[in-house]
Design a protein around this ligand. Structure first.
Ligand SMILES: Nc1nc2c(c(=O)[nH]1)N[C@H]1C(S)=C(S)[C@@H](COP(=O)(O)O)O[C@H]1N2
Ligand SMILES: [Mo]
Length: 551
């Protein structure tokens, strides 16, 4: 019964915190703040897990895990509070303190971040007190015999001295003060079941409703998404050349050349995706060797130097054969133009800054070599993705895209600030977590079909996949069956050196178990190394290999 009280009190507290959070600081609700802190505190040993795990499926898991821990703790507190109400106060205060600390250490925090957790804590303490005094005493119908309760566990403490505020607290002045307007149950009358069920039930219903309402309000009411959809991207001043015929081989099971936005991989540390009102968004550029500049979303949309380019984005934590890679047609402002407007010179021209640190609205920092942003490649501040305004998950209203660099050193989403500094002076988010400061994308290839572990019929079987060497270009792809020779695959037409390239090999498959490997050679003449390396610190290596059964 006490555990139930604890759960209800904690649930109501979360509900209240959700509502308040939705109103003032959506990133500061206890579950989000604590989950987010867990992500940031993930120890070095788990860092690889962390960078990829914050991908799709593990996000709800993390929130659920936090909720389960909270529930267990709250139930324990409630059970204890039945005997000693001060434990209820203290326990709930500790929970509130943890959540408050988590919220106040968010990089983007302000003092208001403390409010949802503090308010939740107050609700929990008051409600638990109320519930506990209405709840039936343990194992007895007679609430007027509390001394036995204590005495049972603490011999010699009968009379409530050791138990302090045990059940005799019923009807004391302090208790009544905590619950104005709630008359204490008559002494010795036992458990008022109706009253308890009513109180507990309404608290549970109210908190569930409040929680759901808060969530709904946070997303729907803001209307940010509707306004995002209403954005009309201008026609780019420099459109992408049409995709060459034959760039998309259209083999069943092969990744499409352009990855639809809905299927595009997502990797970030955001538990709750930042929803930015583009009309209030600003991008500030400043730092060493720069004149401070600020841009609005409208400023960017009406520029006359928008470019449209195809770029394949890849995550450093992508394992060999993994899915953290996608190709899109982006529209944006050339980064070099923005930097030149701010008076920035690259290090090669004597500029004092060699690193541009992009900062997102949720406090992520991503450090990119200034040289790469200004060396003529199509580095851009992207506003559009595959013909649409950037999806919320992919950085609306603006994100960086730099051909040839892994996302964690280039592709800042929800970017609000760019600071010119040096690699010596500043380490971006992932660097102290064991990842390299500079990380060009490694030449890689992947077999999309046949799928690993699949069974195919004997005869002609297309083996097909993608290969990438962004900003260098893919020169050749070779496939090896079992211990046979490396055979050249047929390459699809190249779109640009910044995009992946499809390939296919028609295989005369004979019955049995077979092992298929792939490797790519880039236009610098380098062939992928067979040596297997894990993603940390600067990208996985090795040949993607799949095993299939032919019948
Ligand atoms: N604000 C922010 N931007 C971010 C990240 C992040 O965690 N927060 N992750 C980076 C990483 S590690 C990668 S691989 C790319 C992924 O971009 P996508 O989710 O659009 O595929 O975003 C980059 N930009
Ligand atoms: Mo990444």
């Amino acid at each position: 019964m006490g555990a139930l009280c604890g759960l209800i009190a904690a649930g109501a507290a979360l509900g209240a915190a959700e509502v308040l959070g939705a109103l003032i600081r959506p990133q500061a609700t206890p579950l989000i703040a604590v989950g987010q802190a867990v992500i940031d505190l993930t120890p070095q040993g788990l860092r690889e897990f962390a960078i990829s795990a914050v991908g799709e499926a593990d996000r709800p898991l993390l929130v659920a895990g936090t909720a389960v821990l909270l529930a267990l703790f709250a139930a324990g507190i409630g059970a204890e509070a039945l005997r000693r109400p001060w434990i209820g106060d203290a326990g709930m205060a500790v929970l509130a303190a943890i959540a408050t600390a988590a919220a106040l250490t968010r990089p983007e925090q302000d003092p208001l971040y403390a409010l949802p957790s503090l308010a939740g804590g107050a609700v929990a303490v008051v409600l638990l007190r109320l519930l506990v005094r209405t709840a039936p005493p343990r194992g007895r119908a007679d609430a007027a015999a509390p001394a036995d309760e204590d005495g049972g566990r603490e011999p010699g403490a009968a009379g409530g001295t050791g138990g302090g505020e045990a059940a005799p607290a019923h009807g004391t002045a302090a208790d009544t003060a905590a619950a104005p307007g709630t008359p204490p149950p008559p002494q010795g009358s036992g458990f008022d079941r109706r009253r308890f069920v009513l109180l507990a039930g309404s608290a549970a219903v109210a908190s569930a409703g409040a929680g759901a309402g808060g969530r709904w309000w946070a997303t729907a009411q803001a209307g940010v998404e509707r306004r995002r959809e209403a954005v009309r991207l201008p026609r780019p001043d420099s459109p992408a050349p049409p995709l060459p015929d034959g760039a998309d081989l259209d083999v069943a099971g092969l990744s499409p050349f352009f990855t639809p936005n809905g299927d595009f991989y997502r990797v970030d540390t955001a538990l709750s995706v930042p929803r930015i009102d583009a009309t209030r968004w600003r991008l500030r550029i400043h730092g060493r060797g720069a004149r401070e500049r600020e841009y609005t979303y409208a400023d960017l949309l009406r520029r006359s130097d928008l470019i449209e380019r195809d770029v394949t984005l890849a995550c450093v934590s992508n394992p060999v054969g993994g899915s953290y890679i996608g190709n899109a047609r982006w529209i944006g402002v050339p980064m070099a133009a923005l930097l030149r407007e701010a008076g920035v010179r690259p290090p090669g021209e004597g500029g004092p800054a060699d690193q541009l640190v992009s900062r997102s609205s949720d406090g992520m920092t991503i450090g990119t070599p200034v040289a790469a942003l200004m060396d003529g490649r199509d580095a851009m501040l992207a506003l559009g993705m595959n013909g649409q305004p950037l999806p919320t998950d992919h950085g609306f209203p603006a994100r960086v895209v730099v051909p040839g660099l892994y996302g964690y050193v280039s592709a800042c989403k929800w970017v609000v600030e760019m600071e010119l500094t040096t690699f010596d002076d500043f380490d971006a988010y992932w660097i102290p977590r064991g990842w390299a400061q500079r990380a060009p994308i490694k030449t890689q290839s992947r077999i999309d079909t046949p799928r690993p572990g699949s069974t195919v019929g004997a005869g002609t079987v297309p083996i097909a996949g993608v290969a990438w060497a962004q900003h260098v270009g893919v020169e050749a792809v070779e496939v090896r069956i079992d211990d046979g020779p490396w055979q050249p695959a047929r390459l699809a037409e190249e779109d640009t050196a910044d995009t992946w390239r499809q390939w296919v090999l028609d295989w005369a498959a004979r019955p049995g178990e077979h092992r298929i490997s792939v490797r790519a050679t880039d236009r610098s003449g380098a062939t992928q190394t067979a040596e297997e390396a894990r993603p940390a610190p600067d990208g996985a290596t090795g040949y993607h290999t799949v095993e299939v059964t032919v019948t």
